[in-house]
Design a protein around this ligand. Structure first.
Ligand code: SAH
Length: 246
């Protein structure tokens, strides 16, 4: 085939089709091949219909990228699927690195999506109205010492902190350690929002405190938003004031 292929790295948002952008949908519809982790590909099966799907299991990010590149090198338009936003702990960085290293001329276009922090924040109210950071508690690719350092900095800076990858079967203690570090800077009654399956089927949403947060179920489908010193709750919503005089 002479046609040059192209890779769209598509952030499909948190899960529900309504939270996907038109651009994400267009990219998928324009594609000949869909590459992605099965759980995410299943979320968009209504759009994919009869397209060729190369979905692979967990922890195969590199293989998925290599596969996407192979299809694109053959002249196909490929959508490489990421949950949330492709550029936030997603597939955008790794595919750009792999294409760059391979010296391939395949074009890569990153299609943004709603990241878990935004989806979870919307379900909680308005907790990230002021400066916030996202910290992934997964130490699979990042040294735990660096994660700890960033938790300290976030605490010291009184940032709202969005925790991704808080807990998995193999990583149970990290969330406890993260809470301990944040408690060095934040008060016990600092509000914490725990959102599981934000903006997808089976969503659950709890507003609690740093003191009590570990009493709730936390897993890999959960995003945790720890407020700053001004965050408060009103009418069941978590609010971090921007500072308007009201
Ligand atoms: N690229 C994704 C993040 C991948 S890291 C994004 O932008 O959202 C995976 C982590 O994201 C999960 O462990 C969880 O902390 C969070 N996450 C992803 N989707 C979520 C959802 N629908 N609800 C709550 N948390 C979610």
């Amino acid at each position: 085939m002479d046609k040059t292929g192209k890779i769209f790295v598509v952030g499909i948002g948190p899960g529900n089709i309504e939270h996907m952008t038109f651009e994400a949908r267009n990219a998928i519809e324009k594609s000949d091949v869909i590459v992605g982790y099965k759980t995410y590909v299943d979320l968009i099966e209504d759009i994919i219909r009869d397209k060729e799907v190369a979905s692979t299991g967990m922890k195969k990010e590199k293989e998925r990228c290599e596969e996407a590149l192979k299809y694109a090198e053959e002249g196909n338009t490929v959508s490489l699927i990421s949950s949330g936003d492709a550029g936030v702990y997603g597939m955008a960085g790794i595919i750009l690195e792999i294409v760059f290293k391979s010296k391939s001329s395949v074009e890569v276009e990153v299609v943004p999506g709603i990241t878990a922090a935004n989806a979870a924040a919307a379900s909680l109210g308005a907790p990230i109205m002021h400066d916030y950071v996202t910290i992934s508690l997964s130490d699979l690719l990042t040294d735990w010492s660096l994660i700890e350092k960033r938790l300290h900095c976030a605490g010291e800076g009184d940032f709202v902190v969005c925790l991704y990858n808080p807990k998995s079967k193999g990583r149970q203690k990290e969330i406890e350690k993260a809470r301990e570090i944040l408690l060095k800077y934040k008060k016990n009654d600092t509000l914490v929002g725990i959102v599981r399956n934000a903006k997808r089927k089976g969503e659950s949403c709890v507003i609690t405190t740093l003191e009590d947060m570990l009493k709730y179920d936390i897993d890999m489908f959960t995003t945790i938003i720890v407020g700053n010193s001004h965050t408060y709750m009103a009418k069941g919503k978590m609010i971090t004031p921007r500072g308007y005089a009201l």
